[in-house]
Write a protein of this length. Structure first.
Length: 230
């Protein structure tokens, strides 16, 4: 940095100017000027900043409505569980059904969703007036997954339909909660009305579930076997 400073002061790069520029660079570094400038640019523009006026923290452009360290720690765990649930849930849906990758990804998804529900419950209780609707969506999501998981474990009547419906509904409820809470801060989504965050995941997900209920091999096989069994 000293060289850049001295070239700005004196293009001929003379000895006296070099010493002055070096002293200036050392002084700026000792004052923490360079470090503070870089930190401010990163934190304010890209990664993290505090909004003291609203008592919130902004991370990656998404406001978190609290500066409480416990709240922020739970948010961190919640985000990790949420990302894992989204990825493993999609992997389970796209994998060949049956024992193997589908069941493994499905099991991981279920327990990640349980983590999402537990952390969301804690966050909702800490800010109940603002977050009670997210608790309801989280409860519906985990209850649907539990229903779908129990249906296949206990082989209830028409269990493929029940399992598919329950797990699919749990994914829709999970995405709905995410977009209701964060859609207004996301690119493109922020242009939509608030009501769209409540219904768009269902508009996309419900037709896919209905299509799978009509085309899934296990569902079709069970439907063919029922008349002969009766």
């Amino acid at each position: 940095m000293a060289r850049e400073l001295r070239l700005l002061v004196c293009p001929t790069d003379c000895t006296q100017c070099s010493r002055s520029a070096l002293a200036l660079a050392v002084d700026l570094d000792q004052r923490g000027f360079i470090h503070d400038a870089i930190s401010t640019a990163l934190h304010n523009r890209f990664l993290y900043r505090r909004d003291m006026a609203n008592g919130s923290v902004v991370v990656l452009g998404i406001p978190i409505p609290s500066t409480n360290p416990v709240f922020l720690a739970i948010i961190g765990v919640h985000v990790l569980f949420g990302l894992a649930a989204v990825i493993t849930g999609a992997a389970a849906m796209l994998s060949k059904k049956g024992r193997g990758r589908h069941s493994k990804f499905g099991t991981i998804y279920f327990w990640c969703l349980f983590g999402v529900f537990v952390t969301m419950s804690a966050l909702s209780f800490m800010r109940w007036a603002e977050n009670y609707h997210l608790f309801i969506l989280g409860a519906l999501s985990f209850a649907s997954a539990l229903f779908g998981r129990t249906a296949i474990q206990r082989r209830w009547h028409r269990w493929p339909r029940l399992h598919l419906t329950g797990m699919g509904a749990s994914y829709i409820f999970m995405l709905t909660a995410f977009y209701v809470d964060n859609g207004k801060n996301l690119p493109l989504w922020r242009e939509l009305p608030q009501i769209a965050f409540w219904f768009l995941p269902s508009v996309v997900g419900v037709p896919l579930i209905l299509y799978a209920l009509r085309r899934h091999p296990l569902v079709l096989e069970l439907s063919r076997s029922l008349p002969s069994a009766s």
